[in-house]
Design a protein around this ligand. Structure first.
Ligand code: AHR
Length: 504
């Protein structure tokens, strides 16, 4: 008999609404994310603006809602002015973050035009590395002020009559990291972020601002950085950021499959840190979390910035993802949804080519990596309220995170349609799991899809773009208020239930 597990789906037990901003992505001027990723004038499928229509279509299919831009490490040495105005007058610059050449043929206005075509909200990052309050204010005036001032008229003279009205702004990127241009101490950054936030809120109190949290949970100042930064900025910012990348260090796949446990712990730690600061400051305000960089990234394969030369859009960290990576990505999305009461924004890093669900060849095709599928299905079907789901199941010992539940799950319930969607990962690589689901009465199973494969290292490629796709799972057998189904070993699953018609 395979291991078994039980869980209950009860629409009365809610965590909070699914914020569409949880399905965000990230476009950085890095490698081939912009150039030959989303933007490739001259490509047979490029539109009049030079945007790849195949990538635009895949972006819409992915279900991305918000896209962070223009970095990342790139932003900390970026002059936004270089990327606006007549293209032939734009300067080429050194991108010190990725030791690349930036020709600036794509900038703010191109990004905003692309975002409109993709149907996504934009989330802009400000350079608080090598620049400060003045340049941040200038960018926001250029982007958001209707007209009648030097910078808003400059935008209009660039052919953009209406303001972009960007609502979501990141106050810099990873400034705790010594690799960052303009790296700062928490005290230095906290002060700069506070003064920038104060000025931006004077410009428009309705802007949502994200203060930089730690670059990752392994940073020596993890936790204390957030506390110090929030003490300086608490009443002026809306979010604190989190970043995390996972890979199977030393081939430890069991720990890798448990990455969601680490992400969950990070979220709880930073939420507690924010609440601690709020309590100290006697504030009624709740700071939300912006998990604005997360993904699987095989960092050990990257030779580091110093290994790079001064070339334009080199092939940089173009990780090819396999089935196990897709299961982990699915489990990270489950983790974000499980924390929907606290995480208000999340961006998978990145969108195209650079550790991305979408891969392209210059002049050639675009295709879906394995990790595309759990993202697209979750973004499409996780609607309404997130339900509290606590599976009763076996524990799996892991070297990195201790004992973790074999089944990692969440569910959503959409009152408007009556649909309930269960998302579940079986972390057990060696055995399937028979899952029993307690349901409200009158439900029927609509569909059970899984991402699993006899070869967990299978991947998609330009030659075989459909090698790994979601496949039908065991199906859920519903009898009265119980559904039973089988989860394959090391699998990500989506199971959809709907109200049965009176005849069923
Ligand atoms: O997404 C790649 C890089 O990872 C980003 O530029 C940086 O913010 C992070 O360290």
């Amino acid at each position: 008999m395979p291991p078994s597990a039980r869980l209950t789906l009860d629409p009365a037990f809610r965590i909070g609404p699914v914020d569409p901003r949880l399905f965000g992505s990230f476009v950085e001027h890095m490698g081939r994310c912009v150039h030959t990723g989303v933007f490739e004038p001259g490509h047979p499928l490029a539109d009049a603006d030079g945007f790849r229509t195949d990538v635009l279509e895949l972006t819409r299919e992915l279900g991305v809602t918000v896209v962070r831009y223009p970095g990342g490490n790139f932003v900390s040495n970026y002059r936004w002015e270089d990327g606006v105005g007549p293209v032939h007058e734009r300067p080429a610059r050194l991108d010190l973050a990725w030791r690349s050449l930036e020709g600036n043929r794509f900038g703010l206005n191109e990004f905003m035009a692309w975002a409109a075509k993709a149907g996504v909200e934009s989330m802009m990052a400000l350079n608080l590395g090598t620049r400060g309050v003045a340049e941040a204010l200038e960018l926001v005036e250029y982007a958001n002020h209707p007209g009648g001032t030097a910078l808003s008229e400059l935008r209009r003279s660039h052919g953009v009559d209406k303001p972009h009205d960007v609502r979501l702004w990141c106050l810099g990127n990873e400034l705790d990291g010594p690799w960052q241009m303009g790296h700062k101490t928490a005290a230095e950054y906290g002060r700069l972020a506070a003064e920038t936030a104060r000025a931006l809120k004077r410009f428009d109190p309705g802007l949502s601002l994200v203060a930089c949290g730690s670059s990752n949970s392994g940073m020596p100042t993890f936790g204390s950085w957030e506390a110090e930064v929030l003490e300086a900025t608490y009443e002026m910012v809306d979010y604190i950021s989190l970043h995390a990348y996972y890979d199977p260090t030393d081939g430890d796949t069991d720990s890798f499959l448990a990455s969601g446990a680490d992400m969950d712990h990070m979220i709880r730690s930073i939420a507690a840190t924010a609440d601690h600061v709020g309590a100290k400051l006697r504030s009624k305000k709740k700071i939300m979390l912006s998990f604005d960089e997360w993904n699987v990234w095989y960092q050990s394969r990257f030779g580091g910035e110093s290994s790079l030369g001064w070339t334009e859009h080199p092939r940089l960290i173009e990780d090819t993802y396999d089935v196990t990576d897709a299961v982990v990505v699915g489990s990270l999305l489950i983790t974000l949804l499980r924390n929907a009461d606290r995480v208000g924004v999340a961006c998978q890093a990145q969108l195209a080519n650079v550790i991305a669900p979408i891969r392209t060849e210059p002049g050639g095709p675009a295709w879906r990596q394995t990790i595309f599928h759990p993202f697209a299905l979750t973004a499409r079907h996780a609607r309404g309220q997130v339900l509290r789901v606590e599976p009763e199941c076996a524990l799996i010992p892991t070297a990195r995170y201790g004992d973790v539940p074999a089944i990692w799950a969440t569910a959503t319930h959409d009152e408007a349609t009556g649909e309930t969607t269960l998302l579940a990962v079986n972390r057990d690589r060696n055995a399937p799991c028979d899952l029993e689901v307690a349901l409200p009465g009158g439900m029927r199973a609509v569909e059970h899809l899984e991402l699993a494969d006899d070869d967990p290292s299978a991947a998609n490629s330009a030659e075989a773009p459909g090698r790994v796709v979601p496949r039908p799972g065991s199906g859920a057998r519903v009898e009265g208020r119980r559904a039973s189904l089988r989860l394959s070993p090391s699998s990500w699953n989506i199971v959809r239930f709907a109200l049965a018609s009176p005849q069923e």
